[in-house]
Design a protein around this ligand. Structure first.
Ligand code: OXD
Ligand code: MN
Length: 589
């Protein structure tokens, strides 16, 4: 097949891939609807895709992965920087020379008899100065059709690269034999290269997402003076018609996608509150010409966790996935050929489970895999923001960090300044719940929700955050921390969450425009009960007091636990972070 570009850097790298992988055929992905339809039809013929009901889920497919290939594999994910020190204590490291050699031995000729698809892709809006180009060569048709939803693929990427630029991420992927023993997800930040082998799972194989947009992009961002973050982006409109864009980083299972698509309760909607979606997972933040931070969503689709998503928890997500969607490892409701998962609705009478086996509600095993996913174009989301593809990005007024904490962290608090806010992000943590195996209340530190995604030394990453705020002529967003998960002494959630979280966003907006008060506390600025709009909520004064309380003994335990984490980061933990920690320690004496 004729190549779609005459860029010599691209063509010579493709030649290297061919020599290494020895594919039988080459197909360039052009980004056309007809090519996507053709590839989906082939996946149906090969019995990998099952078409869903053409009336209720048009142009949508259900499929099951290999049972051993259902999630990201952090233990097999490597940062192959020249120096071990540059990968830091939170990443697996391998020397680039050794890893290239190992992968080359493993992958030599792995595409014999197979087709090599060449996917040019663009992360970010067409024509944006902040967008970046990558290429992924792959022998997986599943990867191609998912990448075509998650990124802008084909001619648009080639146009943005141009015919002479050498500035693109080189990505090689093969499903090999899906051998878990030889599964590798490797990043070579010194040469903008990604190689993943023996996995077909989204977070390992759709290289635009975690591999490029977070791990490689975070290294580029450090070099070039911007931030690549694991954050949603939303626009919030208040009753005065003023709009504020905010970003937020939450660890998994803390309601990030739900917040990105929040539907305010009816009385708030009537008053004029609206939340619109720019992105649900990744934000690239750059300084605009006015010195403010602007965010783009580098992705074009959502790769969302299905279980727990329902008309009650996330009606916008449910409406988004009614067409052009790929469902992986959900159950299949055989009575109407629709996807199904736990938490969506009453169980279907007859279904296939995520392994493709007959399932009925009496089965003890879950029908859908807990990490089953939908892949869907973001443009279909009813709450998509009209600026979501704006080339200049959207101006960010606030950054929200969040965690799942049964105690200690109040419902919401505000950082004193950027340094204090960075400290809040560095010390982010989530507690394991009673539902999960192991001890409850165990803290897992997940700084900025980036622990598995920082492409370099975590201490340098924290320093980069501090430095972003200390440049001249910049005006940084305010930083907040939220916790929807605080519980009473009997273990009951104190805050209703979901759409009611608009009440917390209202306080945050009020703090941005100076229209609402708060009180200083040991840990930052807190709302008082009178500062929150609680009308219509059935929540007692006692419960609100508990939600907003800062208990010195709990914070003494917290700072001791933070210190343990800081020791794991070592000498590179910024002095500014230690200073913030010391201030809090002193205040607690
Ligand atoms: C994740 C994801 O693992 O978004 O964070 O898939
Ligand atoms: Mn994510």
């Amino acid at each position: 097949m004729a190549s779609l570009t005459n860029n010599s850097h691209v063509l010579s790298w493709i030649e290297e891939c061919k020599t290494e992988l020895l594919p039988e055929r080459i197909v360039w992905i052009d980004g056309s609807k007809s090519q996507q339809e053709q590839l989906c039809a082939e996946l149906v013929n090969e019995k990998f895709f099952t078409p869903l009901n053409s009336i209720t889920f048009p142009n949508s497919y259900w499929c099951c992965s290999d049972a051993s290939d259902v999630a990201r594999v952090e233990e097999r994910t490597y940062i192959c920087s020249k120096l071990k020190e540059d990968a830091g204590p939170t990443n697996n490291w391998a020397s680039p020379d050794e890893m290239y050699k190992k992968l080359s031995d493993l992958m030599k000729g792995c595409m014999k008899g197979r087709t090599m698809y060449i996917i040019p892709y663009l992360m970010g809006p067409d024509g944006s100065p902040y967008s970046k180009v990558g290429f992924e060569v792959t022998d997986s048709k599943y990867v191609v059709v998912n990448m075509a939803i998650m990124a802008r693929v084909g001619n648009v990427a080639l146009k943005n690269l141009g015919s002479t630029s050498n500035d693109f991420v080189r990505g090689m992927h093969s499903v090999g034999q899906l051998d878990p023993q030889n599964r590798f997800i490797c990043h070579f930040p010194d040469d903008n290269t990604i190689i993943s082998f023996n996995s077909n799972y989204g977070g390992n194989a759709l290289q635009g997402k975690k591999c490029f947009a977070l791990r490689i992009a975070s290294t580029l961002a450090r070099r070039e003076g911007w931030l690549a973050e694991h954050m949603f982006i939303v626009g919030i409109t208040n009753p005065k018609g003023e709009k504020y864009y905010v970003c937020g980083a939450f660890p998994s299972a803390c309601g990030k996608t739900n917040l990105a698509m929040l539907v305010p309760p009816p009385e708030f909607q009537k008053a004029g509150w609206k939340v619109e979606t720019v992105g649900d997972d990744i934000a690239w933040l750059n300084f605009g010409p006015d010195g403010k931070l602007y965010a783009i969503n580098p992705e074009a689709g959502f790769f969302g966790v299905a279980p727990g998503t329902s008309a009650a928890t996330n009606p916008n997500a449910m409406a988004t996935i009614r067409k052009n969607t790929i469902f992986t490892n959900t159950a299949l409701d055989l009575t109407c050929m629709a996807p199904w998962w736990e938490g969506m609705s009453d169980p279907p009478e007859r279904a296939f489970d995520w392994k493709g086996r007959e399932w009925n509600p009496k089965n003890k095993e879950k029908a859908a895999h807990p990490n089953s996913r939908f892949t869907v174009p973001a443009s279909q989301c009813p709450s998509i923001d009209k600026e979501w593809e704006s080339a200049g990005g959207v101006p960010i007024s606030a950054i929200i960090f969040g965690g799942r904490r049964a105690k200690t962290a109040p419902l919401v608090y505000e950082a004193r300044d950027w340094k204090h806010g960075t400290y809040m992000g560095v010390t982010m943590a989530s507690e394991t719940t009673a539902a999960a195996a192991g001890k409850t209340g165990q803290l897992r530190r997940d700084p900025m929700a980036m622990l598995p995604f920082i492409g370099y030394h975590a201490g340098d990453y924290f320093q980069h955050w501090i430095e972003m705020g200390s440049r001249a002529n910049v005006s940084m967003p305010k930083i907040f921390h939220v916790n929807w998960f605080r519980t009473s002494a009997t273990g009951k959630f104190l805050w209703p969450g979901f759409g009611e979280n608009i009440r917390v966003l209202e306080w945050i907006i009020g703090r941005i425009n100076g229209s609402v008060g708060g009180v200083n506390s040991l840990i930052g600025m807190l709302p008082e009960m009178k500062d929150l709009d609680l009308t219509g909520l059935t929540i007692s004064e006692e419960e609100i007091k508990e939600l907003l309380s800062v208990k010195p003994q709990e914070w003494r335990e917290e700072i001791a636990s933070q210190e343990k984490f800081f020791r794991t980061i070592g000498k590179k933990l910024p002095k500014e972070i230690w200073d913030e920690h010391a201030k809090l320690t002193d205040a607690l004496r």
